[in-house]
Ligand binder design. Sequence first.
Ligand code: NOJ
Length: 538
Amino acid sequence: MTEHWWTHGVLYEIYTRSFGDSDGDGVGDLDGITDRLDYLAWLGVDAIWLTPFYRSPMADFGYDVSNHTDVDPLFGDLVAFDRLVAAAHGRGLRVVVDYVPNHTSDRHPWFVESRSGRQAAKRDWYFWRDARPDGSLPNNWLSLFGGPAWEWDDATGQYYLHTFLKEQPDLNWRNSAVREAMFEVARFWLDRGVDGFRVDVAAAVMKDPELRDNPYGEGPWRGQFWAEWEAQQHIHDFGHPDVFDVWREFRALVDAYDREDGRERLVLGEVSSHDLTAWARFYGQRLDAMHLPFGFHLLRHDWESATVGEVVDRVEAAVPAGAVSNWVLGNHDQPRVASSAGPERARVAMLLLLTLRGAPTLYYGDELGMPNVEIPPERTRDPWEGNVPGFGRDAARTPMPWTPEPNGGFTAPDVDPWLPLGPAGLGMDVATQQADPRSTLSFTRALLAFRRASAALRRGTYERLPGAPSGVFAFCRSEGAERLVVALNTAGDATELDLRGPGRVVLSTGMDRSGEPVNGRVRLAGYEGVVVGEATRG
Ligand code: NOJ
């Protein structure tokens, strides 16, 4: 398989509000990220993905864009952005930015114009519909963030569609002017030197042309969204077959830049389909749509070895020939893996993420084994929590703890950070873990270094190792003479695994077994993971 940076590179997600606050307002910003690039180079990731930093009223913390081609003053300005890109490139780090095509802010000039009258030039840029003859809503679609997906506009006497908050009206991508305007946004950032896009809700941009009601019926969701939303089959508002043409066109636009200068840019789509066949379609029939659809597969399952192994096998079977999967353990919309899988499994989960075939996304803070932070009700910020209690995402978005001091070096000690940090003094900060050769951070860094040097991990085959004892998921990654066995004990009891031949432990989650000879069997403590090199590295 041809190797590209995006077939193995580690993409580090930065929640822009929470990485570093350079100007002391309690909110992270672009200069705050630039200041921390040395850390990311030291850690050994390949690229960073920045969540939206565009002008926004922040109803959904930046996913409600009011100007796609400017930086919100909260985060800096275009000069700060250019500085960040130059500093990242200078350290060999690529920069991927968020692209939010499905909706804009209700304060975006396009929407302001669109709602100004039924004859407005941009009326058709959004979805405006009359009530049904009986006075009910135009259809039964629901907002993912709670309530109906339709908001009444008194001034023009029609409803508009919003798949998310009412402050996030959906754009009508069947209108070619919308498509062109949004493609122009992509060109703007490509011209500024970005290395690709993470495409927000990529499956939703094309809706059923007649906006028909979704049928009701059990879907694949399991408490991920609110009950009524999950009770519908989202065949008309998500994943319409016409969506692939959009992403093929978008990919062609990005590829044209690659052809121009020989650089490789990434299109990574947020696709949350549970149906792996539907998910795999986002690569495009000729691998000409997304380079990678997000691989959320591991998020939805228990951390039992058998389940994890089945998920990985099913994904491997679904990925088209010539492509790889992306893998995700957590992000700004999901509970942190150290909380969902449990703190004792945090390193096993990291070992899995960084040894599977494909390109992983690492969520900031997970390299520390950072758990969700408890947010007191009066400090809740996520509007989703207000709409549907229990669904808030604040706990996974808290500031990065750099030091054990108050406010963790994220912002000055006397500033109120936008979200509270977790308790200090428990070793959950970068400085403390850098000083400890057996910390989760030291483990993650060693693993990243090993991954970079290992052809088997970068581009080798994946093969499940049969006959692993209960609780253990084991697989081989091979390339040429290099053959690695990754064995993960997701259970608390110690056990042993048969290997095909002799070898040596390359790395263990406890950072205490490197170099240990292994002869036919490898012992695993509870919640321990090891990488064993079975042959001389080629
Ligand atoms: C997915 C993003 O990851 C999430 O944070 C956001 O709220 C929605 N899309 C809407 O843009």
